[in-house]
Design a protein around this ligand. Structure first.
Ligand code: FAD
Ligand code: NAI
Length: 466
């Protein structure tokens, strides 16, 4: 029987990163993966394929609408969807191979099959009707999440799709109905709108992107509407009739009232994700779940069963790849006797649309609710030189700082490249920096990041270019 220091179940960004860090720290490690390929949701049907399609569709739209005004004359671009899907697949393959390489390089055994916890120190791995049991000092559960389903709406991944089906449609739907104005709805809605679909988004709440700063979300919604998105907020889809050639979605006000019927060719259900624990044997092993079906852990990622830990989407917290990765590193370091730690107050979030939305720390709504006194500094990209010359002036930077100490509490950006710009705020906040610290840091000219510095200056009411 093989014996390990650590067996990690799941090879998404949480699991494979945990395994690499544990190996670096001298542990004998194995990973268990039930899918044919490594890399989890993120590499196979999540972050990476969606970003490949976002990039390719953005180029398509730019070629059609932005090149001419810069003096680049091209004939109307034609869509070759199979080639675009091939581009996406090449990106997936490259990244999956990268994880395989990392496993080899770090001498991590890859056990293909479904992992089941038999109790402290024992994992059964089953594939193709055969099973083996491995012994290990520690187990990390990194089994991720699955799509949340809507009662009465059956996903067939052809016409009624989850994000997985929406990443592989065989033709551009004329009308796409998106249920849920969260990250997936806006990212994948953007892909198909750019490729030619009429996109309508139905959202239960009275706003898009719940959890993001309200002012940013409101402005972002206007930008999306200008691009052609239609929104139906405060509404819910109560059923989809898939009998005919056209899908008939029944939509009702969230608060109740008369229903209307909307026709669509594809319906994308993206109302969140749920922790995935099927087949893990948690009940038999006595591993406790919380009231939302997530594996319950303490501050050191430990479950109630000795030697069993959990990280990533399967535990509480934002369902983000970088959060899962950081937890993977932290738990490996804890197992090695170090003080692994994740600062949950400083985890960035990015929506990879055009423009992008990024955020770290507290929103204005959260500060208000907490009764915290704060100052706001804002700077629009219309006043940023680089954005002006590139004619990409949509959006602004918003910095929230403690009214007394000037410590930065939250940074929110809507604008092109917002997902890259947010990281100077992340580092600043990790070091407990102030708006003054940011304002006095030299920023290269001409960059869009100068807008971040100007927003920091605006906290002290001394922005230069506004
Ligand atoms: P996962 O990546 O879900 O990996 C879990 C792995 O465990 C899977 O490979 C699964 O097969 C395996 N597994 C499960 N049970 C067993 C078992 N019993 N035995 C063996 N193997 C098992 N996040 C971002 O930060 N940025 C993004 O841009 C982004 N885009 C996304 C786009 C889409 C369309 C989706 C769906 C998600 C996106 N996410 C994004 C979220 C991100 O994918 C997840 O937060 C991340 O993958 C979670 O990592 P994880 O390691 O916890 O789990
Ligand atoms: P989400 O939680 O971001 O958004 C779901 C939306 O659906 C919410 O606005 C919610 O109010 C709405 N909703 C819920 N029930 C509804 C109903 N019955 N009718 C209408 N609207 C309803 O979830 P999403 O977009 O499915 O993404 C899942 C996870 O994947 C997220 O947690 C996200 O963090 C992660 N992800 C991250 C990305 C990124 O970081 N760029 C990209 C894509 C996904």
């Amino acid at each position: 029987m093989a014996t390990y220091d650590l067996v990690v179940i799941g090879t998404g960004p949480g699991g494979y990163v945990c395994a690499v860090r544990a190996s670096q720290l001298g542990m004998k490690v194995a990973v268990v993966e039930k899918n044919a390929t490594l890399g989890g949701t993120c590499l196979n049907v999540g972050c990476m394929p969606s970003k490949a399609l976002l990039h390719a569709s953005e180029m398509f739209e730019e070629a059609a609408h932005s090149f001419a005004k810069m003096g680049v004359s091209v004939s109307t671009p034609k869509l070759d969807l199979p080639a675009m899907m091939n581009f996406k697949q090449q990106g997936i393959d490259g990244n999956v191979k990268g994880v395989e390489f990392l496993m080899k390089k770090n001498k991590i055994d890859v056990l293909k099959g479904t992992g089941k916890i038999l109790g402290t120190g024992k994992v059964e791995v089953s594939a193709d009707g055969k099973s083996q049991v491995v012994e290990t000092k520690n187990i990390v559960i990194a089994t991720g999440s699955d799509i949340a389903r809507l009662k009465g709406i059956e996903i067939d991944e052809k016409r009624i799709v989850s994000s997985t089906g929406a990443l592989s449609l065989e033709k551009v739907p004329q009308r796409m109905l998106v249920i849920g104005a969260g990250v997936i709805g806006l990212e994948l809605g953007s892909v198909w709108r750019r490729l030619g679909s009429e996109v309508m988004v139905v959202e239960f709440l009275d706003r898009i992107l719940p959890g993001m700063d309200g002012e940013i979300a409101k402005q972002f919604q206007r930008m999306l509407e200008k691009q052609g998105f239609a929104f139906k907020l405060g509404s819910k889809v109560t059923g989809v009739d898939a009998c005919g050639k056209t899908l008939l979605a029944k939509i009702e006000p969230a608060a109740g009232g008369a229903a209307e019927t909307i026709e669509a060719d594809v319906v994308l259900v993206c109302i969140g994700r749920v922790p995935f624990t099927d087949g893990l044997g948690l009940k038999e092993a006595g591993v406790a779940l919380d009231n939302r079906g997530r594996v319950q852990i303490d501050a050191h990622f430990s479950t109630n069963v000795k030697g069993v830990y959990a990280i990533g989407d399967v535990v509480a917290g934002p369902m983000l790849a970088h959060k899962a990765e950081d937890e993977g590193v932290a738990v490996a370091e804890i197992l090695a006797g170090q003080s692994g730690h994740v600062n949950y107050d400083v985890i960035p979030g990015v929506v990879y649309t055009t423009p992008e939305v990024s955020s770290v720390g507290k929103t204005e709504e959260e500060l208000k609710q907490a009764g915290q006194a704060y100052t706001v500094g804002k700077f629009p990209f219309t006043a940023n030189g680089r954005s002006k010359v590139n004619q990409t002036t949509d959006g602004f930077v918003k910095i929230l700082a403690d009214a007394k100490t000037d410590r930065v509490l939250g940074v929110h950006i809507v604008g092109r490249e917002a997902g890259e710009m947010i990281h100077e705020a992340v580092v600043l906040m990790e070091f407990g920096g102030s708006a003054e610290d940011l304002a006095r840091s030299c920023h290269a000219h001409p960059t869009r990041s100068e807008a971040v510095k100007e927003a920091a200056l605006a906290v002290g009411k001394r922005a230069i270019h506004m």
